[in-house]
Design a protein around this ligand. Sequence first.
Ligand SMILES: Nc1ncnc2c1ncn2[C@@H]1O[C@H](COP(=O)(O)OP(=O)(O)OP(=O)(O)O)[C@@H](O)[C@H]1O
Length: 250
Amino acid sequence: MSTGLLETRRLVARYGSVEVLHGIDLSISPGEIVVLLGPNGAGKTTLLRAISRVVATRGAITLAGVSIGGWSGARTARAGIGHVPEGRGTFPDLTVEENLRLGGLARPKGRRSTTREDLAQVYATFPVLADMRRRAAGLLSGGQQQMLAIGRALMARPQLLLIDEPSLGLAPMVTQQLFEVLAGIRGEWSTSLLLAEQNARLSLRIADRAVVLAGGRVTAAGPTADFRDGDVIRRAYLGEAAGDPVEDEK
Ligand SMILES: Nc1ncnc2c1ncn2[C@@H]1O[C@H](COP(=O)(O)OP(=O)(O)OP(=O)(O)O)[C@@H](O)[C@H]1O
C-alpha cells in the first residue's frame, strides 16, 4: 500500500463527451509542494477539478489511503481537500472575516482547533488580512483577494490544498511575496500543496517536484532541480523539436 497522501491512477476526466485527461498517474506525499506546469489547455485546471471531485472522472483517486473516486468519495474529498479556483471566488459583499468564517464551515467533524484559533492563524499567515478584517472583500486588491481565497481554504484545515494559477493578474512583486508565503504554508498548516501555475520560474523555486502536462497527459515529472534549466522546461512544454526560445517566466 502506498504511503502517499494523494494518489491518482489512470485518471480520466471529460467534459460531456470530450475526454481532456487521458490517464494521469500522480502522487503527492504529506507536506510536499508539487507544481503542475504546461501550456494553455494542457489540462491543469481540469486535473485540480478532478481531484476535488467537481468534474466526472474514471480511474482511482485516494486521499490518505481512502478512495475518493466515485460519488461516495466526494464527501471525503471535500473534507480533506481545499481548492482555491482560478478567479479566487470570494464573496465581494461579505467582509474578510465573514469570508474566512464561511471557509471554516467546511471543516471536518472532530477538529482540534476552534474557529477563533483558526482565524488567528490565518491572520498570522496573512497579516494584511487582519488589518482589513471588517472590509468588504470586493474592495481588496487582487493580491489581497488571492490571500483571502487561500486563507478561506485553510480555515477548513485541508490535508491537501489545490491552488489554480495563484499569480494570475498579479504584479510581479505581489506574486513574489505571495509565493514566499505559500512556501511557508505547508509547515505552518501541515498541508501539502498542488499548484497549477504558468509562472514556472517562481513556482519551481518553492516546489519540491514538478509535473508537466500537455494535451491531457503527463509529459515530464521529477524533482524541481531537474527543471530549473530553461532547456528542460522548453522541451517539456514544446517537445524535443522546438526551435524558438521560450521565456523562463512563461
Ligand atoms: N467547461 C469546459 N467544457 C468543455 N471543455 C472544457 C471546459 N473547461 C476546459 N475545457 C477544455 O479542456 C481542456 C483542458 O483545459 P484546462 O482549463 O484544464 O487547461 P489548463 O492547462 O488549465 O489551461 P489554462 O492554463 O489556459 O488554464 C482544454 O482543451 C479546454 O478547452
